[in-house]
Design a protein around this ligand. Structure first.
Ligand code: ATP
Ligand code: MG
Length: 417
């Protein structure tokens, strides 16, 4: 028989870690729903064309897309991100603006798998369509920071930049092209290739040989139109008013072609070089129009769940939740008592588990230990005949006899509920 393991870049998330994932999404839902965001669940695959709008020069489109032809001859792709899907949904449903949505779920990118970088990875995120107000930019960014705070993270740094309007961005790109082209011999081979596709991305190069040229390159700040500059200043003023600490990094360009004006990145100072970015976002004022809709401004962010949990591990916060089993029932009479007691407890909301196959007392006590349940109920023939049970507190090991028809109340007391 062949045996199988998960494909490269994918993982099984097992308990108790899986409960941590669920809690992560719940905390996020809590933060954003109290800020007026509604949940959107876009499909996991759609027409490839939707995702091509992310940008012909991006890695997502050039290298990482999981696209294929389905049996009906449609060219589809597993979603590499969800912003494009949200914009497609906006054009399809034309909701009233401002349209504030949040999402959670897996994306797919054909990447080289490594710690913090997977082919199936989860994100949570928000998008707001239809509002240009810089106060919104600050609010969206502050929500991201608030979420990290709720997880218990304290070492998240916020980098902020403005890429200007599309005209500014184009002028800046050509200034960069001129700068790098006239020093082309000093540039790494990789950056030379990047320069062809997208001069802004050269600023992302982490190669030592490029550092000097990058440091001497023209600055985005000098290419902002007055309107974009004013917008950016107001975002900063609103962030300060909201008490959000940030630093302006005018080398921050971010991967996607559709960004305009405000861009930002959340960086964990507790992670090491390869994957310190735990989330990012920005304005994408051209994307809805690119997808065939009316000219509509948009802003949002996506936070990587996998990487954020690595940051939580590094900071020692937001651990896996405790087992939900409150009581383990050990039954030496054959098992039917355990079945009855478990049902009785579960019905009133007390988590209960048991052993099977008439295991020995010793084996059942071992299972009780492993279950993590703070309380154990033991029933033997004597107890069953006397209509009693033994209630044992696992920590400390004290135990006493309780009446069978008083069992639920006694368990509640032992659990402190
Ligand atoms: P990177 O530069 O690390 O490739 P990116 O710019 O491609 O990141 P975005 O598309 O902006 O990332 O996605 C936002 C967040 O999603 C990232 O900050 C990261 O935390 C997470 N993320 C992106 N790609 C992956 C991946 N392959 N595996 C795990 N997390 C990822
Ligand atoms: Mg990437």
């Amino acid at each position: 028989m062949p045996s199988f393991a998960t494909s490269p870049g994918t993982r099984d998330i097992l308990a108790p870690d899986s409960a941590r994932w669920r809690r992560f999404q719940q905390v996020f839902a809590d933060v954003v729903e109290t800020a007026g965001f509604g949940h959107i669940i876009p499909p996991m695959f759609e027409d490839l064309g939707v995702f091509l709008r992310v940008g012909e020069s991006t890695e997502i489109v050039t290298k990482e897309m999981y696209d294929f032809e389905d049996k009906g001859g449609r060219r589809v792709a597993l979603r590499p991100e969800q912003t494009a899907s949200v914009c497609r949904a906006f054009v399809e449903h034309r909701p009233v603006t401002p349209w504030k949505v949040w999402y959670a779920g897996p994306n797919f990118r054909y990447e080289k798998p490594q710690q913090g970088r997977y082919r199936q990875f989860d994100q949570v995120g928000v998008e707001v369509l239809g509002v240009d107000d810089p106060q919104l930019d600050a609010e969206v960014i502050a929500l991201g920071m608030e979420f990290y705070r709720r997880l218990g993270l304290t070492k998240v740094r916020l980098s902020l930049n403005s890429l200007g309007d599309s005209g500014d961005r184009d002028r800046y790109a050509s200034a960069l092209r001129t700068h790098f082209s006239s020093n082309i011999d000093a540039l790494s081979a990789e950056s030379r290739a990047t320069l062809e596709r997208n001069p802004l991305r050269v600023l992302d190069s982490k190669r030592a040989e490029d550092a000097q040229l990058i440091a001497a390159s023209p600055r985005m700040a000098d290419h902002l139109s007055p309107a974009a500059e004013e917008h950016f200043l107001q975002v900063q003023t609103s962030l300060r008013a909201a008490g959000v600490t940030f630093h302006v990094d005018d080398r921050l360009v971010r991967g996607l072609d559709y960004y305009r004006r405000t861009t930002f990145e959340f960086v964990s100072e507790s992670l090491t070089a390869a994957h310190t970015a735990i989330g990012g976002g920005g304005r994408y004022d051209g994307l809805v129009a690119d997808l065939g809709g009316p000219d509509t401004p948009g802003i949002g962010f996506a936070l990587g769940l996998d990487r954020t949990l690595l940051a939580c591990d590094a900071e020692g916060v937001f651990g896996a939740p405790q087992s939900r089993v409150d009581v383990f029932v050990v039954d030496a009479t054959g098992g039917s008592e355990a079945g009855v007691i478990c049902t009785e407890l579960r019905t009133v909301g007390i988590g209960a588990d048991r052993a099977y196959e008439r295991r020995s007392m010793k084996a059942q006590m071992k299972s009780a230990d492993r279950s993590g349940a703070p309380v154990c109920i033991i029933v033997g023939d004597d107890e069953r005949n006397a209509n009693t049970a033994i209630l044992r507190t696992m920590e400390g090991g004290s135990q006493h006899i309780v009446q069978r028809d008083d069992l639920v109340a006694q368990v509640r007391r032992a659990l402190g509920r």
